[in-house]
Design a protein around this ligand. Structure first.
Ligand code: LMR
Length: 393
């Protein structure tokens, strides 16, 4: 039967990981997949994670199943981290999911279960897996303009024009902060404008919140999401601990649903539990329990926040450094926008030929749309990188 399989479309981020690994050159630079790296190019296990893991190893006395919704302390901690006091917790339900991607997948399926004809609107561009999963599930996809190539900022007029096509019952997927792939983010005023539109259209927001703490800080990054959560009757959120806790391979994520009222919670909770059961039964425990332990221990939590802040500010100074180097090398302010963007990514605005040339001639790997991982920038090699970029312009 396998001969009947069709070749699958390639995911450009996954493809790039393979190409980088296969490149035999010593001098090569990986600015592809969104993984944090320190100044030595390592992706360390965070200090608080190490400590919590050591304690877990010592104290855990059973590996029996936890429950279909996973570790409920973790779910509650993530609810508070994301939503703060914006919504009465009695209106929120959720489940632990295998990573942010697992949460996205489960939320899409929940939408499909509740409203099979709903269109899910995604930004153009968006993280490529949004579209891939929606297609896989056979769901209707709408796209809204997001990025202005000329200004390298958000094309908010274009966005609102396209979102005018949203129908009642549709779902609009927004990036909570640190838009992937562009790094360009809407302002709080614009969050309000989108909230008004969703209320007017009777559409539901879905938030992909994979980078909380990587933009302007843990609280700052949640402001738009919370502003919206205060006003809309229903909301869906997929949050990830891959980046802000560095738990990538442990697959730690949460799917949260803000319901119209507490009475609506049991039905929604039951649907999410059933989806978990059908897709994988019980979510993986280790990473989520580590997060729950950190969030419950004031000392570990404080240390986690300090280390996360170090990561965030180091990415900001790399942004600054690259923009300055590019200013010198190109004798222009063309790339100054890099300092305005936030999060792990920005798009340089290069053509795919220029991106290919950077890879072939200089061993610099970035995604074909010229998205680069800010954390992968070499602090002591920014001039060389800027020279290479200037050379392919
Ligand atoms: C990325 O966009 O590079 C990350 O979210 C990792 C991934 O799974 O694609």
């Amino acid at each position: 039967m396998f001969e009947k399989l069709k070749p699958q479309p390639e995911d450009k981020i996954i493809k790039l990981i393979g190409m980088y690994a296969a490149d035999p050159r010593d001098k090569k630079l990986d600015l592809g997949v969104g993984v944090y790296k320190d100044a030595n190019g390592n992706t360390p296990v965070m200090r608080a994670v190490k400590k919590a893991e050591a304690k877990l190893l010592e104290t855990q006395d059973s590996k029996k199943y936890v429950g279909l919704l996973g570790n409920l302390d973790f779910v509650a901690a993530m609810r508070d981290l994301v939503l703060g006091d914006s919504v009465d917790p009695s209106r929120v339900t959720g489940a632990q999911e295998p990573g942010g991607t697992g949460a996205i997948r489960q939320i899409f399926e929940l939408i499909q279960m509740a409203s099979p004809d709903a269109t899910v609107w995604i930004s153009n561009p968006s993280w490529p897996n949004h579209e891939a999963i929606l297609k896989h599930l056979g769901m209707k996809i709408g796209k809204y303009t997001y990025f202005d190539d000329a200004t390298c900022g958000v094309d908010f007029d274009g966005m609102m024009k396209d979102l005018d096509g949203v129908a009642a019952g549709d779902v609009v997927l927004l990036h909570g902060c640190c838009h992937n792939p562009t790094g360009a983010n809407i302002t709080l005023d614009q969050w309000q404008t989108v909230t008004d539109l969703l209320l007017d259209k009777k559409a539901t927001p879905m938030i992909d919140f994979a980078y909380q703490g990587f933009g302007d800080g843990l609280e700052e990054d949640a402001k738009g999401v919370r502003l919206m959560a205060r006003q809309v009757p229903e909301m869906l959120i997929a949050a990830s601990c891959s980046k802000n806790f560095g738990l990538y391979r442990d697959r730690v994520g949460v799917a949260l649903a803000v319901c119209a009222n507490a009475d609506a919670v049991p039905l929604t909770k039951g649907a999410i539990a059933a989806l978990n059961r059908a897709n994988f039964s019980f979510p993986p425990d280790h990473g989520a329990t580590v997060v729950a332990m950190i969030m419950a221990d004031p000392e570990l939590k404080a240390d986690w926040m300090v280390e996360l802040e170090e990561m965030r500010t180091s990415m900001l100074s790399l942004r600054q450094g690259l923009a300055e180097a590019l200013r010198r090398e190109t004798n222009s302010d063309r790339f100054d926008f890099i300092t305005e963007h936030r999060g792990m990514f920005s798009r340089l605005g290069l053509s795919s030929e220029q991106v290919d040339k950077l890879r072939e001639d200089y061993g610099v790997y970035m995604v074909g749309d010229s998205r680069f991982n800010v954390a992968g920038l070499p602090a002591d090699g920014l001039d060389d990188l800027a020279k290479a970029i200037a050379a392919v312009l």
